[in-house]
Write a protein of this length. Sequence first.
Length: 161
Amino acid sequence: IEERKAKGDTLAMNFKELINYLPKSIDGYKSADPEGSSTNAMGFSFSQASNTYSKMIGDKEESIRIELVDYNASYEYLTGIAYWTTLNISTESSKGFERTTKADIDNAYAYEKYDNESKSGSITYILGYRFILTINGENINSFDELKSIANKIDLKKLASF
């Protein structure tokens, strides 16, 4: 945070730039139009960008929603949201799992969960003590689908800001 301040990097990037970090497409899915917003007020700054991708599998719609939020000038707020990065959570049952993990890249933590019955899951990343990236899936075949979609996003670059 102090390094970013020293460089003059004190505001969240504009949502139009954040949209560029979302996948343009995901194989086999139809992409909606990406959305976003930026807010700056009294030293508080954050931006968000999101998109939804969907496909029909038989009579069920499979959907993926990706949201990227930049909390660059709102570190205190991010700290409150990201408290789980300090916990070591691991729960597994016949119905699914929830767990926290240190991602394979520097300055990146993940909270993962999957429900076998509803075939829904999510991965939430804290990246570079600045970004929250959430990937939600509904009616997906496995948690591995979410992981493969996460690999299409430049997590390493986001974590290095």
